[in-house]
Design a protein around this ligand. Structure first.
Ligand code: SF4
Length: 365
């Protein structure tokens, strides 16, 4: 049935762009909590993307999805910018052979590129941009062009967030090392875009790189990498024996006097909808600020639209505006996110802050 749906006609009737439905699914899993039969449509989409990518028939494959996977395989990074991924840590001295390994997963470092890539894509139009996407992996000059496309203001801001995470962990007495430029991208896109056979190989490469550090305890800094390492890697790696943490699991905030400020916390799908019992970010934030939630929260939270930013930018923008309006309608002074993708997508009118930046701003001194 899945293969039949991917054909252009079914029983003689045209089936327009059915593959777009599978690719545009945000993978948020919100449907799981509202479907009366408990059908996980997010997993149906993932499975369908796997059918598309393994069919060998490229006409249904999304050109940007293919570009991201080919570039990751070739350059160890979805946009070929691995050499810049450790720039944020300049001047920081990390422990060697420490109890924990700080694993950024490159997500904060990639966001400054996706914003400008989307603007370029809009200017080129879909035909030309799709053609360019199909050429990028095999043309080093196009990779060099991509590497110059970053939004420098956002790069500075996200570097500051990573440095604040280091500050919070150190303040909490955590000892950790960092792989620097040797840190591999975790392969999130390869998995999410349905290239499961490639992901099996890639995840084993990442696992080996993490094991080489000598630390068994891995500190992640975003919900996508946390969920991938904690729940997906063990499915594809035999004898997986790493302990996976989100950095706020280890942060101990000093007691801070609260002012009158009210903040609203946007719960990321990869925490609230994957494991509704996991509420550490909300706990830490509530301990330091007057925190409220939007009308849709917990296992009813709404996706920020971020996962579609590269592949379906218009749909992504629509989803992010709906969520932003919902958060703003709480009357909070500030919107707090705990994911670099949510942060970019919900950053409108200068009222959005990443949780590490907010917590660090409240520290004495
Ligand atoms: S976008 Fe979210 S709610 Fe919609 S089908 Fe995909 S996983 Fe389900």
């Amino acid at each position: 049935m899945g293969r039949k749906l991917l054909e252009e006609t079914m029983d003689g009737n045209p089936v327009p762009h059915i593959s777009d439905s599978f690719y545009s699914c945000l993978d948020c899993h919100a449907c799981l909590y509202v479907c009366p039969a408990g059908v996980n449509a997010g997993n149906v989409s993932l499975l369908s993307r796997e059918i598309i990518t393994s069919s060998g028939d490229r006409k249904n494959e999304n050109p940007y999805a293919r570009m991201i996977v080919e570039v990751t395989e070739k350059y160890g990074n979805p946009l070929g910018v691995r050499s810049r991924s450790a720039g944020w840590a300049e001047g920081i001295h990390f422990d060697e052979k420490a109890e924990y390994l700080l694993y950024t997963g490159n997500m904060f470092q990639l966001m400054p590129y996706t914003k400008n890539l989307n603007s370029a894509r809009k200017r080129m139009g879909s035909s030309l941009s799709n053609f360019m996407a199909s050429r990028v992996a095999n043309h080093p000059s196009l990779i060099r062009l991509l590497s110059r496309m970053r939004d420098r203001e956002m790069e500075l801001k996200n570097s500051g967030t990573l440095r604040n995470i280091v500050k919070l962990l150190r303040l909490s007495g955590v000892s950790f090392s960092y792989l620097g430029e040797k840190e591999p991208y975790p392969g999130t896109f390869i998995y999410d875009l349905g290239y499961i056979e490639k992901f099996k190989k890639y995840s084993n490469y990442v696992y080996s790189a993490l094991k080489e550090s000598g630390s068994r305890k891995i500190i992640t800094v975003d919900p996508h990498t946390y969920e991938l390492l904690k729940n997906i890697f063990p499915l594809y790696i035999s004898n997986f024996d790493l302990e996976i943490y989100y950095y706020l699991d280890l942060v101990r905030m000093p007691s801070i006097p609260r002012g009158n400020e009210k903040v609203v916390f946007h719960e990321p799908c990869h925490f609230a909808l994957r494991d509704p019992k996991y509420s550490k970010p909300l706990q830490v934030l509530s301990g330091s600020a007057n925190t409220v939630l939007a009308k849709r929260s917990g296992n009813r939270t709404r996706c920020c639209g971020g996962p579609d930013e590269l592949t379906f930018p218009e749909l992504s923008e629509k989803a992010s505006q709906i969520r932003y309006d919902e958060l703003k309608s709480t009357g909070a002074d500030c919107i707090i996110t705990a994911c670099p993708i949510c942060n970019v997508n919900l950053s409108k009118e200068n009222r959005t802050m990443e949780i590490a930046d907010y917590l660090a701003s409240k520290l004495p001194g």
